[in-house]
Design a protein around this ligand. Sequence first.
Ligand SMILES: Cc1ncc(C[n+]2csc(CCOP(=O)(O)OP(=O)(O)O)c2C)c(N)n1
Length: 322
Amino acid sequence: MTIVVEKLLDLYSQIHLIRRIEEKIAEEYHQQTMRCPVHLSIGQEAVAVGVSAHLNSNDRVYSNHRAHAHYLALNANLESLIAELHGLENGCCGGRGGSMHLIDLEKGFAGSTPIVGATVPIAMGAAFAFKQQKRSHIAVSYLGDGCFEEGVVYESLNFAALHRLPILFVLENNQYSVYTRLKQRQPEGRSISKLAAAMGVSVLHGDGNCIDDVYGLAAQAIAQIRAGKGPYFIELDTYRWPEHCGPSDDDHLGYRPQGELAAWKARCPLQYAKTLLVQAGVALNHIQQLEQKNSKKIESAWVKALNGLTPNPKKAAEGVYV
Ligand SMILES: Cc1ncc(C[n+]2csc(CCOP(=O)(O)OP(=O)(O)O)c2C)c(N)n1
């Protein structure tokens, strides 16, 4: 899909911001000021950016343990994310949740939790509520290929199809669940898209590293959902560059075939988006200015976030409802 230059600049800027913030997290992680585990999305950024471009703050987005990109692509609060990673009171969960428990309701990010598949039925419930209340909003459920070993995901797809719910399932197929490849977990030749189609939802499949592909498929699916055509499922092929959990490279562990990581790095979503900009006639110094603006934004948010207070232990039971 051809994207107008202004939009493309905006999408590039978001991919760049997410890449740089995650690189900054990786750089700072060894200082041990972030005591929560971090699951970085470096290499997968175009998925969240291309999908979020078609959402508004009344929609509800649900995510998993690898949530930073999903949160940031909604323009959710950067400072609150950084503070949350540091366990500070000004974090989006008051410092209680860390990287895997993010929320920004103002921006439509209804939350992430790390239990694989756990937010899928919750997203489906939000879509059910939207339908009952005759609202025009949609729910978005981000899931990894690992979710397809969880029964609740099949139940959610079935229910969404049965009731023609306004929900978009976004499968980020990065081929791995921790250290195990998809083909070691599921029978050879199986296609997750075909499984989803068999459950009765409309399916699209594309390249998650190409922002124009993601943007175009998400536009198509979301327009259909908003028009009352029922649930959609987009499978997007992509690849995680860092280790499953943590800031480092883990290619030495040997669970990835030799050369696979390098081949995917050569298909970098950030570089791809930059090439689209250059082909559209955008000058390199214009792109550079935009990148500098993002770097300043990150530096200033980092400083402000770290000025936050450590949570007061007396408030530890606040928000506990049982
Ligand atoms: C129900 C459950 N089982 C196991 C785990 C441990 N676990 C955490 S992340 C993960 C891998 C999930 O893979 P995928 O859904 O493909 O997402 P990715 O990490 O590749 O982004 C696993 C097995 C968990 N959190 N929840």
